[in-house]
Write a protein that binds this ligand. Structure first.
Ligand SMILES: [Fe+2]
Length: 194
């Protein structure tokens, strides 16, 4: 079981190294430093985890690793989603590393994100700068007032601090990596009313 985690951290470190930005290098450094630490949080499920079986198998080695370890994650749902029943039942995230993460670290939040099929994650924003990587699931991504652009497995998406952004899914759930840096507070997280 521990081997899977080592393999996953190794894959994540290599992936962030390949992206090349300062942000990704910061994430890689923290992943290396925390790779041998054991989580201090119990595994738990969120309602949106019912979409996990619908994720595609064999889409990539990284995707399969995440899926195989997903029952050991502490899944929760985002602050913004708590006021919206459809979002709270269809969005879930894991903070693997972070101030409130499975591994406590005050410098960044790094984890996994799951969005169920045919869901519009309404426009939202937060103080932290954010880097996403689509693991699987063709999905639409929008920033500011620009139209949605389709992204697919292997695409990176950067959101600046307080930049409004939104994501929508089609027939398949979307699995992604996410990372926050800078101001990691969640008090200023806002989401538009549905
Ligand atoms: Fe965000």
């Amino acid at each position: 079981m521990r081997e899977g985690w080592v393999e996953l951290f190794d894959s994540l470190e290599k992936l962030y190294a390949s992206e090349g930005s300062d942000f990704a290098r910061d994430a890689q450094k923290i992943l290396i430093e925390s790779s041998s630490l054991l989580p201090t949080k119990q595994a738990s499920l969120a309602p949106a985890c019912r979409h996990l079986p619908a994720l595609q198998r064999d889409s990539s080695a990284l995707s399969d690793l995440i899926i195989s370890l997903s029952d050991q994650f502490s899944w929760g749902y985002s602050n913004g989603a708590k006021a919206n029943q459809q979002l709270s039942e269809n969005l879930a995230y894991v903070e693997r590393i972070g101030p409130t993460g499975m591994i406590v670290d005050s410098r960044m939040r790094i984890g996994f994100f799951l969005q169920g099929p045919k869901i519009s994650y309404l426009k939202h924003w937060h103080p932290a700068e954010e880097l996403y990587y689509v693991v699987q699931g063709k999905s639409g991504w929008a920033v500011d007032d620009l139209p949605f652009q389709d992204k697919k497995s292997g695409d990176w998406i950067l959101h600046r601090s307080m930049q409004p952004h939104a994501m929508l899914t089609y027939d398949q759930p979307m699995l992604a990596l996410w990372a926050w840096r800078g101001d990691l507070s969640t008090a200023a997280y806002e989401i538009v009313a549905s």
